[in-house]
Design a protein around this ligand. Structure first.
Ligand code: MD6
Ligand code: FE
Length: 208
């Protein structure tokens, strides 16, 4: 029996995280991906290395005034891609998501672009390299589904997980801004948005 699933928009609150499920409809997701292709032609995805010298499983790039870099010298925001070019501007369509969801916040200075292949994951971490931690982080999921784990402002304790799907947007503000979170795994081939598969996560941040 054929089944058509209509994805309704829903707002979920989990441990202080605001999860806007189904926020971007498919045609808008496709337009965002086209915008990202233009960004990545100027600032291609690269594989960062942790400060301890281990290659990360995600590939990264960025748009905006700053991109986030990890290499043997440490973690930091940088105004240039490793190739030396400046990062492309954050596409207007992506800025709109920020303006609509967190209108009171300063404008984002970085749109981190992370590409997760089928074996990629991101361990539990805090996003804490930004100077003004009163500003939110907005995260956009595109492509394959990913298991997102949410914890506490300090390491350890109970966590809760949710599958993020293409078009979902998570706002990390207030207590959730400092909460540990991570991606345990992606579900390969769970979306047809990206022709070569995988998952793109965008995180919009105020850096300075
Ligand atoms: C996610 N991403 O992929 C959540 N944090 O849904 C993150 O928490 C994240 O992708 C810092 C840097 C890159 C990220
Ligand atoms: Fe994060």
């Amino acid at each position: 029996m054929a089944r058509i699933i209509f994805d309704a928009m829903a707002l979920l609150h989990v441990r202080g995280f605001d999860i806007h499920s189904g926020y971007l409809a498919l045609p808008e997701q496709e337009r965002v991906v086209a915008d990202l292709r233009a960004c990545l032609s100027r600032a291609p995805l690269f594989q960062p290395v942790t400060p301890r010298g281990k290659p990360m499983s995600v590939r990264m790039s960025a748009a905006g005034d700053y991109g986030w870099i990890s290499d043997p010298r440490g973690y930091r925001y940088e105004p240039h891609h490793p190739s030396g070019v400046t990062w492309p501007p954050i596409p207007e369509r992506i800025l709109k998501i920020w303006r609509d969801l967190v209108p009171e916040a300063r404008l984002p200075e970085c749109c981190l672009i992370n590409w997760y292949g089928e074996a990629a994951k991101m361990g539990l971490h805090q996003d804490s390299d930004e100077a003004d931690m009163t500003q939110p982080v907005v995260s956009v999921s595109l492509g394959d589904e990913a298991l997102f784990r949410m914890g506490n402002p300090t390491r350890g304790g109970k966590t809760e997980s949710i599958w993020l799907r293409s078009g979902d947007v998570v706002v990390m503000a207030g207590d959730a801004r400092r909460a540990y979170h991570g991606i345990d795994r992606v579900r390969p081939n769970s979306s047809t948005l990206l022709p070569k598969g995988g998952r793109i996560n965008l995180t919009l941040r105020v850096v300075t």
